[in-house]
Each structure stands twice: as structure tokens, then as C-alpha cells.
Design a protein around this ligand. Structure first.
Ligand code: ATP
Length: 306
């Protein structure tokens, strides 16, 4: 199974340092969210990965090799960079057939890709009349034609309605569960929040965080509890495996559910006067992390340059 490796990657366009010493990897069986505000260097990184842009320095590798050196790239890597470039008079089915022919893939794959992306009904309509969401689906259909081990998608949720986003989520999940390495960029974390296992956050071309989503949520979330029996409850919660911090007269509890806290309160005979979820939305975390980077500050827990 193929790993994506970004190693000390930089790209300058004149005086603009679009990508600046970026290092991270994306693993098989995992959906990795590649996140950052507009202009963070996401598209440039993905284009380098696909051999469309030459790095100024560093390496972007798939399965340990640059894209140009892959033996059967169409079967190893599927990519959808932007949902444009379709011939408007061509049907979705013919569009995919042309790609199959060019890439030397069996034409029978077309029906499966149409089915997978929910385009079977619209398959014989001209692509010119497709909505943005349908064009996104078609770009995705093209990306999965080769049944690739690695899927690289640039802003695939763009233009999808909530049902489309839910559909995309389950599609990417299924592909990753089948062993695929999925790298998906977005500038809106909430769009991919429920889809990704791992997040790589970039700002101004630099790495801000490279972390499992669960860990990011754990670091930035928790449950706030207020009780007069704080010492007793803390001891009970710690026995239950929670980590407990005291903050502003309240306990900030991580590692256990609200239900478990209720049980611990009962066991400790503690009266709760407050129990609230403090999960700062991921979007907020994302904005905070990228804002720190934008301001040139060292965000807490940064791994930039590592
Ligand atoms: N071909 C190019 N020539 C000059 N500058 C470029 C080129 N491509 C990208 N840039 C610049 O590099 C920086 C990073 O752009 P990039 O498109 O990679 O960011 P992004 O994170 O994908 O942003 P978005 O979310 O808006 O797509 C931007 O400042 C952009 O203007």
C-alpha cells in the first residue's frame, strides 16, 4: 500500500514562497485532511505531488517515488484537482471513456465509476449542463477510474450540498477502509471534520499541525464540571481514566464521556452544578491555529519545520 511523503518541500513563484519547507506523510487506510486558509499552498503542494509543478527544493513522493517515475500512475494514483476542463458537449460517460482510453484502462470501469459517484442517471447528459456539484462528482469518477491506491482531491466538497458532503464522506471512508491513501484538501475544516482521521494544517506554506483528529479534539476539548465536592470527584474521575484540570473554579475533564462523569459523580456523592461540553469547534481551533501562524506567532504545540 502506498504512502504519500512530503519531505522538506518548497516552491517559490518569484518572491512568493507558496510552499515553505513542508514535511508530512499520508498513510494507507487513512483519510488525511490537508487544511489551510486560501493561499496556504495546498494546491501547489498537490500539483507538485502530481508532477505538474517542479519543486524549488525538497521532494513530493508517492510510494517512495516522484510521480513522473511511477510505472503505472493511472492505476496507482487518482486525482481530482479542479472540477473544470470538461468538454461541455460531451456526456459524462464519454468523458470517462476518453480518460480510460488515454490511460489504457479497461472501458468497463466507466459504469462502476458512474455508479460509485451517483452519476448513472445523468451519464448520457452533456457535461455542459452539469451543476458544480455534479462536475465535482464527475471529477471524482475520473479519479477512481483506475481503482487507485492513492486518491488526491483538491477541495472535493466545493459545490456539494449537505447531502453531497455526507455522500462524499462515506465514499472516502469506504475507500480508506479498503486500504486507500486519501489526501483531501479543504479551506473549510467543518466540511471535512467528520470525514478525516488525520489533519495536516498549513498556513503561508508552512506546517502548523500534523495530528490525528482525535488528538486535536482531545487537546482542544473537554467537559466542564462544577461541583462543591471537587476533590472527591477528581479522585473518582482519575480512577475512571480521565484527566482532570482545575480551571477557574471548575474542572476541565478529558478522556471520558459526560455519562461517565455522571456515574463518577454518583459514586463520589458529588452534586454537579454544571456539566457542559467545552469542545471548541474544530473550526475555531483551525482558525486559531492558522491565525497564530498568519500573525507570525508560534502556535501552541507547533510542529512546524519538524
Ligand atoms: N502559478 C503561480 N504563479 C504565481 N503564484 C502562484 C502560482 N500558483 C500559486 N501561486 C501563489 O502561491 C500561493 C499559494 O497558492 P495555492 O493555490 O497553492 O494555495 P491554496 O492553499 O491552494 O489556496 P486556495 O484554498 O485558495 O486554493 C498563493 O499566494 C498563490 O497566489
Amino acid at each position: 500500500m502506498s504512502v504519500i511523503t512530503i519531505d522538506g518541500l518548497s516552491k517559490s513563484f518569484g518572491s512568493v514562497r507558496a510552499v515553505d519547507g513542508l514535511t508530512f506523510s499520508a498513510q494507507p487506510g487513512t483519510v488525511t485532511g490537508f487544511l489551510g486558509p486560501n493561499g496556504a499552498g495546498k494546491t501547489t503542494t498537490l500539483r507538485m505531488l502530481l508532477g505538474l509543478v517542479t519543486p524549488t527544493s525538497g521532494r513530493a513522493l508517492i510510494d517512495g517515488r516522484p510521480y513522473a517515475e511511477l510505472e503505472r500512475p493511472a492505476e496507482l494514483v487518482g486525482a481530482a484537482l479542479e472540477a473544470t476542463g470538461f468538454h461541455p458537449g460531451r456526456s459524462a460517460r464519454n468523458h470517462l471513456r476518453v480518460i480510460c482510453a488515454a490511460a489504457g484502462l479497461p472501458v468497463q470501469r466507466v459504469d462502476a465509476a458512474l455508479e460509485l459517484t451517483g452519476l448513472t442517471e445523468a451519464a448520457d447528459r452533456g457535461v455542459g449542463g452539469f451543476s458544480l456539484g455534479m462536475r465535482q462528482r464527475l471529477a471524482l469518477a475520473a479519479a477512481v477510474l483506475g481503482e487507485p491506491e492513492v486518491l488526491i482531491l483538491d477541495e472535493p466538497a466545493n459545490g456539494l450540498d449537505p447531502a453531497g458532503i455526507a455522500w462524499l464522506r462515506s465514499l472516502l471512508r469506504n475507500l480508506a477502509d479498503g486500504g486507500c491513501t486519501v489526501l483531501v484538501s479543504s479551506h473549510v475544516l467543518s466540511e471535512v471534520e467528520q470525514t478525516v482521521d488525520h489533519v495536516v494544517i498549513v498556513a503561508r506554506g508552512r506546517l502548523v499541525r500534523d495530528v490525528a483528529l482525535a488528538e486535536l479534539m482531545h487537546d482542544h476539548g473537554g467537559l466542564r464540571v462544577r461541583t462543591a465536592q471537587a476533590a472527591e470527584l477528581t479522585a473518582e474521575l482519575e480512577r475512571a481514566g480521565a484527566s482532570v484540570r482545575t480551571d477557574d473554579g471548575r474542572l476541565l475533564v478529558t478522556g471520558v464521556s459526560a455519562e461517565r462523569i455522571g456515574q463518577a459523580a454518583l459514586d463520589a456523592r458529588a452534586v454537579l452544578t454544571e456539566l457542559t461540553e467545552e469542545r471548541s469547534g474544530l473550526e475555531e481551533i483551525f482558525l486559531q491555529l492558522t491565525r497564530d501562524e498568519m500573525l507570525g506567532a508560534e502556535p501552541a504545540g507547533t510542529v512546524a519545520g519538524s
